[in-house]
Design a protein around this ligand. Structure first.
Ligand code: 6PG
Length: 251
């Protein structure tokens, strides 16, 4: 493993919140601000949602009385950062989680919800999702999401970019099917450069189990193959980490 110095970049913006609820409220607020700014600038807002547990509260808040009226849902385009290779009604489906907590509760037009197909050949599904992204973003080298929400796994993964997996080196691909040996599973994921060209990337990290890995990712040597979350390095956009006190214990 080649331990390199972290390439020059601005200091990571880490904001620490008292607990998971405070973190979720702040993240919902950031979502609304990003959405309002994007609609003002371009008439639409594109967001890639994270899976996992941490964003649940954020999505529930966004679909509730306080935040939902502040969002013009008709101009929102909802994408996914990654998906498990399961049907959309499966308990492990990221789409299902987003559908239950957010999408079924807000007036987002169904054609604006761009889910990743989890059933069938993963490589073909990855290609189909990339085609869908390309028809949305147009003839550009990389997509420019207005906002990408991400989580951090205990092993340093983010989206479905797991340590030492093929999707970490996917060339010019925006989307990749990724075999994750330790899960004995296939996933479909946005690639690191596709995420890194977003205008705003927001990591949400909660809980004591994340503390040491978070410290390594944010403050440690640059080892993106071992710590794939480090491979998310916005090119021109903003990178923020919203973490709760438990997760921040070793920072
Ligand atoms: C997924 C993800 C994944 C997740 C992290 C953190 O599909 O599982 O998108 O990258 O964000 O594993 O998950 P938690 O929020 O559950 O800790």
């Amino acid at each position: 493993m080649n331990h390199r110095a972290r390439p020059a970049a601005g200091a990571p913006h880490v904001r620490i919140f008292e607990d998971a609820d405070a973190l979720a409220r702040a993240a919902a607020g950031r979502f609304v601000e990003a959405a309002q700014a994007a609609v003002k600038a371009s008439g639409r807002f594109s967001v890639a949602l994270a899976g996992g547990n941490t964003p649940r509260k954020v999505y529930e808040l966004l679909s509730g009385d306080e935040f939902s009226p502040r969002v013009d849902w008709a101009r929102r385009h909802i994408f996914f950062g990654d998906e498990r290779c399961v049907p959309p009604d499966h308990s492990e489906s990221n789409y299902r989680m987003a559908q239950e907590t957010l999408l079924s509760r807000v007036p987002v037009p169904p054609e604006n919800v761009h889910r990743i197909e989890g059933v069938g050949d993963p490589a073909e599904n990855a290609r189909a999702y990339e085609d869908e992204l390309r028809s949305f973003f147009g003839d550009v080298e990389w997509p420019e999401f207005d906002l990408v929400l991400l989580g951090l796994g205990d092993d340093g993964h983010t989206a479905s970019l797991f340590p030492y997996t093929p999707a970490l080196d996917a060339g010019g691909a925006w989307v990749a099917a990724n075999r994750v040996e330790k899960l004995g599973a296939l996933r479909i994921t946005l690639t690191a450069p596709a995420i890194s060209h977003a205008r705003h990337v927001l990591f949400l990290v909660s809980g004591r189990s994340k503390a040491s890995r978070l410290a390594e990712v944010v403050r440690g040597n640059f080892e993106p193959e071992r710590l794939p979350a480090q491979s998310i390095r916005p090119v021109a956009g903003e990178l923020e980490w919203f973490v709760d006190e438990e997760a921040a214990r070793e920072l």
